[in-house]
Design a protein around this ligand. Structure first.
Ligand SMILES: [Fe+2]
Ligand SMILES: [Fe+2]
Length: 152
């Protein structure tokens, strides 16, 4: 099987590992300052990303590759709520861009199973992007009034 496919699967896994760690840290920080509602939602998304990392790892193993264990970037800490949401938008949008390209690589290499996996991940990342974008829109329109609704 094509090493190009294993390569894009691993690139995606690196991103997922970063998203997991980033969202977990955000969850702890948000909980700590009392924004439990947003914190719980970010925790749920972190768990979805864990499943993604796992599914990518399983596919890599199936193709006789070796799943990477290093995240694509360091965790950003102590962001303001608006910056945290903006950063998450950046992560989700970056993943969407990369997974679309990866799906095309899978098609070119004749691996439709991996392509389908990327499509499944894209579906979830699209939802995450949409959700974070809506939160940012509300923050920008309503400011502190909206931010206060993110408290549990
Ligand atoms: Fe993901
Ligand atoms: Fe996501």
């Amino acid at each position: 099987m094509s090493s190009k496919v294993i390569d894009v699967l691993n690139k995606a896994r690196e991103r997922e590992l970063h998203a997991i760690l980033q969202y977990m840290v955000e969850h702890y920080e948000l909980d700590n300052v009392g924004y439990d509602k947003l914190g719980s939602r970010v925790k749920e998304i972190a768990i979805v990303e864990m499943n993604h990392a796992e599914e990518l790892g399983e596919r890599i193993l199936f193709l006789d590759g070796s799943p990477v264990t290093k995240p694509s970037a360091d965790v950003k800490k102590n962001l303001s709520i608006a910056d945290l949401v903006k950063y998450n938008i950046e992560l989700e949008a970056g993943a969407i861009e990369m997974y679309n390209e990866a799906a095309a690589v899978c098609v070119a290499e004749g691996d439709n199973v991996s392509k389908t996996l990327f499509e499944k991940l894209l579906d979830a990342e699209d939802d995450h992007l949409d959700e974070f974008q809506k939160i940012l829109d509300h923050i920008q329109k309503l400011g502190d009034v909206y931010i206060s609704t993110l408290i549990g």
